[in-house]
Design a protein around this ligand. Structure first.
Ligand code: FAD
Length: 503
């Protein structure tokens, strides 16, 4: 046994982030003798509980926890997600899908989209979305797991995520964590006790007077950042100049409209509206810039644009885009809203919790708390925020909308350096430049750049390996294969029924 081993982890907060952290840490480390996890939460304070759409990496997190998909879908009222449909972003009346998965088929050499770009230069007018199984199947209301028994078919490469009730997901993970011996303590934390010499957090004092001691503290206390900010003063990097939306109203409604495995984002005068269809209701919200629209007008806009009867009054939320300057300080690591916030335009918050947990597990500290490893954790975490920020800003920057002050601001803003470089590269020769292990793939960058009207002047010279008429023939063939594959898929409801996932 290592003498410098951490024996007690304390998680502060029982929202989605807290229970994800508690469930994962107990799954990975719970069987070690003399190791325990305790989670403190206050029902009186409550959770945010509006995060409902995810990205495909969530399937890996569920696999880590040995979660049965049918059971999970039933318990959280989950539906599948094959991508996001963006409406009115490029200009009013326009729509496109940012799908998961790939475009086209493997062209052995240069990426498919260069052949599509070449086709465009030859007069082909088909849309990039015509070559995406995720986009086509999503719009048709179809869903299937990847068909690994058909390795040469586009069906073998389906990538998917879930839309679910985040509060039910937290409850589901809580059951798992408690079954794995995580101790849950109810109570409001009123004092954080620090070591008088080195400032490390030693204990939490609850309103009842109870004291919860630990060696490593995970701050999942939400926007307030009880430990990371209020106690350890990490500081906040404010990105509102690039992402000016700072408020939202959330209003779930009864089921209505299309039942597609897609999240929808509709651009509005001063922000955008999400629509996330679950099994039992639709989650909706208007994310807006308070400098460009009043709260009353934003709430009224949301209520006027629902597919079914609202289930209660719109709920207000306030936030600032950005992240803690140091997500890990001393013996405190922050996840979830305590660590930072990026608007849910690409459904990344729950993923940021998941990747933070993975990073912590790979750099899990000893009682010596190696500062070099802490610095590495912070640098990698911040880089992930930067990469996502650049992708989000692309949606606002690449638009021709000029129908409000908000869109004038977004269209003309100076993009962050990384985004500016990516835009230049794509415009010049159709290349998608991804550095390191960026979260969003070529497909994602391509979907949003092309979807929002960024035009490439040229394509990769290797696409000329095919004679022009052969390029055109192949494009027709690929479209047919993909459309036929989508037709062969079951409807989402049928698929959910098949795996026992309907609640
Ligand atoms: P919270 O839910 O706020 O939980 C904080 C916890 O800390 C609570 O249990 C509270 O009781 C506890 N706590 C706080 N102070 C104390 C104290 N003094 N004593 C004891 N306990 C305390 N994410 C996505 O991935 N997809 C989406 O589509 C999405 N949409 C979103 C839309 C909006 C408008 C917002 C604001 C967020 C969205 N998110 C989304 C983010 C998602 O909601 C959060 O990432 C997720 O819910 C995690 O929240 P949390 O657990 O960090 O914080």
């Amino acid at each position: 046994m290592r003498p410098d081993r951490i024996r007690k982890v304390v998680v502060v907060g029982g929202g989605t982030a807290g229970w994800m952290a508690a469930a994962a840490i107990s799954k990975i480390m719970g069987d070690i003798a003399d190791f325990s996890v305790e989670l403190v939460e206050s029902e009186e304070i409550g959770t945010v509980g509006v995060g409902e759409a995810t990205i495909p990496q969530i399937t890996l997190f569920n696999q880590l926890l040995d979660i049965d998909e049918g059971d999970f879908c039933r318990a959280t009222n989950a539906t599948y997600k094959l991508g996001i449909e963006f409406v009115d972003w490029t200009h009013i009346g326009h729509r496109y899908v940012h799908p998961f998965g790939y475009y086209g088929l493997d062209m052995k050499g240069v990426e498919f989209h260069h052949h599509w770009l070449k086709g465009r230069s030859l007069g082909d007018e088909t849309q990039l979305g015509d070559y995406s199984l995720g986009a086509i199947a999503g719009l048709m209301g179809k869903f299937s797991h990847p068909r690994l028994d058909q390795p040469n078919s586009p069906l073998s490469k389906i990538a998917y995520a879930f839309q679910f009730d985040a509060s039910l997901y937290a409850r589901y993970l809580r059951r798992m964590a408690e079954a794995a011996a995580v101790v849950r303590t109810e109570g409001r934390i009123v004092e954080v006790v620090q070591n008088s010499e080195n400032g490390f957090v030693e204990a939490l004092v609850l309103q009842s007077g109870a004291r919860v001691e630990g060696e490593l503290f995970i701050d999942c206390s939400g926007f307030r950042g009880l430990l990371i900010e209020q106690t350890l003063k990490s500081g906040f990097e404010d990105w509102s100049k690039w992402l000016p939306c700072d408020r939202a109203f959330a209003a779930p409604c009864e089921l209505g409209g299309d039942h597609q495995p897609l999240t929808r984002s509709t651009a509005r005068t001063a922000g955008w509206q999400w629509r996330i269809p679950l099994q039992h209701r639709i989650g909706n919200g208007y994310v807006y810039s308070s400098a460009h629209i009043s709260d009353d007008e934003a709430a009224a806009t949301l209520l006027a644009n629902l597919d079914g009867k609202a289930l209660g009054d719109p709920r207000p939320l306030r936030f600032t885009a950005g992240h803690r300057r140091k997500p890990w300080v001393k013996n405190v690591v922050a996840f979830g809203l305590a660590g930072g916030f990026l608007e849910p335009l690409e459904s990344t918050s729950i993923h940021l919790v998941q990747s933070g947990i993975a990073r912590l597990m790979s750099l899990f500290p000893s009682l010596r708390f190696d500062q070099e490893e802490i610095d590495r954790f912070n640098q990698q975490t911040i880089q992930e925020y930067v990469d996502i920020r650049d992708f989000l800003v692309l949606h606002y920057k690449a638009t021709t909308r000029d129908d409000s002050d908000f869109w004038d601001y977004c269209r003309t803003l100076e993009p962050p350096e990384g985004l500016a470089y990516k835009l230049d590269m794509f415009r010049a020769n159709g290349r998608i430049y991804r550095e390191r292990n960026e979260l969003f793939t070529e497909t994602s960058w391509l979907a949003v750049m092309v979807g929002q009207g960024i035009e490439a002047e040229s394509y990769h010279p290797a696409a000329d390996i095919l004679p022009d008429d052969e390029t055109q023939k192949r494009l027709v063939h690929i479209r047919e294969v993909i459309a036929n594959s989508a037709r062969a898929m079951p409807s989402q409801d049928e698929f959910l029924r098949r795996i026992g996932g309907l609640s």
